[in-house]
Design a protein around this ligand. Structure first.
Ligand SMILES: O=C(O)C1=C[C@@H](OP(=O)(O)O)[C@@H](O)[C@H](O)C1
Ligand SMILES: C=C(OP(=O)(O)O)C(=O)O
Length: 427
C-alpha cells in the first residue's frame, strides 16, 4: 500500500500514542508465567504483540482480548504445554528472542520461526547462553538463524557476560533464569532498556541490579497482576520530531513512558535545541510516565554515540530526519546494532535521506548527516520496516513537494493508526 504525504503547514493537537511495544510483549509473557489472572490495559494491538499472544495461546495459556484490554489466566511457571505446530513470531525480534528464553526453561519440544526479515536476523546471541544453561537447541546456519528448535528444561543458572548491549539477549537469559535453581546473572557492555527487570519485580520475582549487571533468583512464585501499559515513547518520537520540524506546531502527548533507559532521543533532541517539556511525571506499575509537550524549534547538529545508543536505538531513523533539517552536521556512531533490525537501518536510513535530497555518508557503525534547511519530497521505499516508513512520512511533512511512502502497511507492526494520526494533527 502506498501512502501519500503532503507538506503540513503546522501540526496541532493532543494525541494518545498507542501502548508501549516492549512492555506489551512482556506483560503477556510474564502473565503466562504467573499464577492467577493478569489484566493488561492499553495493550498495543500491533502485529508484533499479536504474534506474542498467538504463541502464548499455542502454548496452552488462555489469553482473552477485548479491545485494548487483555486478560491472561495461568497456573504459573509450569503452565506452558508442548505446542502441536511451529510457533510463528512474524516480524518480531522481541517475541522470538524472549520466547526462546521461556522455551529453554520449559520441558518440551518447540520450534519457533518468523518472516523473511526475522529469519535473517542474528539468533546466535540468544542461542549461545541458552545452550550454556543446558537447553538443547538446533537452528539453521550453525545455530545462528531461525527457525530455532528447542527442547527445554533442567536448566542451570549462569553468569553471562553479553558481548552486545541488547535488552532482548538480557531478557532471554533472565526469563530462562526463572526456571533455573539459584541466581542467573547477565552483564552488559552498556545498559539496555530495563522493562523486564521492572516487570519481574512487579510480578514478585527477586531481581538485583548493580550498574550493567542484573541478577534474577530462579523458581520464584510469580502471581498475576494488573498492568497499565504506558504510551510508547518510540512511537511518540515520530510525532515529537514532526512537531519540531514543521513550523508553528504544538503537540501534547499524554501518558507516555519516560523510563530513562528509553529516553535517549529526548535528551538528544533537547541538546539540538528542541522545545520539549515533560509534565505530570508519575509512576505506574514500576514504570515512569509523563505528558510530553513539543513546539517547533530550530535545531542544531550534534554527535550521538557511546553508552546512549541503547537508550535511543529504535529512534535513530527519525533522529536522522531531524538531523537532515538541522543546522550543521550530525554524526551517529557506535550504532552497528542498527544493521540487525527489521532492515539494515544504516543502509536503509542513508538511502531514504538521499531520496529526500539530504547529504549523508555511511560508515560501518553509523553515518553522518549534513543538515540543511530544506529537503524535497520523495518516493520512499521502506524495505517493509515500520520505523523507516514512519520516518519517511515525518520527513514528508516538512519537505517541499509531495512524498509517497511505499509499503506503508508495515506501520501496523508498532503503530496502527499512524497515518490517521498524522492527518488529524495537520490542521
Ligand atoms: O527488548 C525489547 O523490547 C527491544 C529491544 C531492542 O532490541 P535489542 O535488544 O536487539 O537491542 C529494540 O531495538 C527492540 O525494538 C525492542
Ligand atoms: C527492532 C524492533 O523490534 P524487534 O527487534 O522486536 O523486531 C523495532 O521495533 O524497531
Amino acid at each position: 500500500m502506498d501512502e501519500k504525504i503532503t507538506p503540513a503547514k503546522r501540526l496541532q493537537g493532543v494525541i494518545n500514542v498507542p501502548g508501549d511495544k516492549s512492555i506489551s510483549h512482556r506483560s503477556i509473557m510474564l502473565g503466562a508465567l504467573s499464577r492467577g489472572e493478569t489484566e493488561v490495559e492499553n495493550f498495543l494491538m500491533g502485529e508484533d504483540c499479536l504474534s506474542t499472544i498467538r504463541i502464548i495461546r499455542a502454548l496452552g495459556v488462555e489469553v482473552l482480548v477485548d479491545n485494548n484490554l487483555v486478560a491472561i489466566r495461568s497456573d504459573g511457571l509450569e503452565a506452558l504445554r508442548e505446542p502441536v505446530d511451529v510457533l510463528d513470531a512474524g516480524n518480531s525480534g522481541t517475541t522470538m528472542r524472549l520466547m526462546s528464553g521461556i522455551l529453554a526453561g520449559s520441558p518440551f519440544y518447540a520450534v519457533i520461526t518468523g518472516d523473511d526479515s526475522l529469519r535473517s536476523r542474528p539468533m546466535g546471541r540468544v542461542i549461545r547462553p541458552l545452550l550454556e544453561m543446558g537447553a538443547e537447541i538446533m537452528a539453521r546456519n550453525n545455530n545462528l538463524l531461525a527457525p530455532i528448535a528447542i527442547k527445554g528444561g533442567n536448566l542451570r543458572p549462569i553468569n553471562y557476560e553479553s558481548p552486545v548491549a541488547s535488552a532482548q539477549v538480557k531478557s532471554a537469559v533472565l526469563l530462562a533464569g526463572l526456571f533455573a535453581p539459584g541466581c542467573t546473572t547477565v552483564i552488559e557492555p552498556n545498559q539496555s532498556r530495563d522493562h523486564t527487570e521492572r516487570m519481574l519485580r512487579h510480578f514478585g520475582a527477586r531481581v538485583a541490579v548493580d550498574g550493567t549487571q542484573v541478577t534474577v533468583w530462579g523458581k520464584p512464585g510469580l502471581t498475576g497482576k494488573k498492568i497499565i501499559v504506558p504510551g510508547d515513547i518510540s512511537s511518540a518520537m515520530f510525532l515529537i520530531v514532526a512537531g519540531l520540524i514543521v513550523k508553528d506546531s504544538e503537540i501534547v502527548l499524554p501518558n507516555v513512558g519516560v523510563n530513562p533507559t528509553r529516553t535517549g532521543a529526548l535528551q538528544v533532541l533537547k541538546a539540538m535545541g528542541g522545545d520539549i517539556t515533560l509534565h505530570n511525571l508519575r509512576e505506574i506499575n514500576g514504570e515512569p510516565i509523563g505528558d510530553i509537550k513539543v513546539r517547533s524549534s530550530g535545531l542544531k547538529g550534534t554527535e550521538i554515540g557511546g553508552a546512549i545508543i541503547p537508550y535511543l536505538i529504535d529512534e535513530i531513523p527519525v533522529l536522522a530526519v531531524a538531523a537532515a533539517l538541522a543546522e550543521g552536521d550530525t554524526v551517529i556512531s557506535d550504532a552497528g546494532e542498527l544493521r540487525h533490525k527489521e532492515s539494515d537501518r544504516i543502509a536503509t536510513v542513508v538511502k531514504m535521506l538521499r531520496a529526500f535530497g539530504a547529504g549523508v555518508e555511511e560508515f560501518t557503525d553509523g553515518f553522518v548527516v549534513h543538515g540543511a534547511n530544506k529537503i524535497t519530497g520523495a518516493v520512499s521505499e521502506t524495505s517493509a520496516d515500520h520505523r523507516l516508513a514512519m520516518s519517511a512520512a515525518v520527513a514528508g511533512l516538512a519537505a517541499q513537494g509531495d512524498t509517497v511512502v511505499r509499503g506503508a502497511e508495515c506501520v501496523h507492526i508498532s503503530y496502527p493508526g499512524f497515518f490517521n494520526t498524522l492527518k488529524k494533527l495537520a490542521v
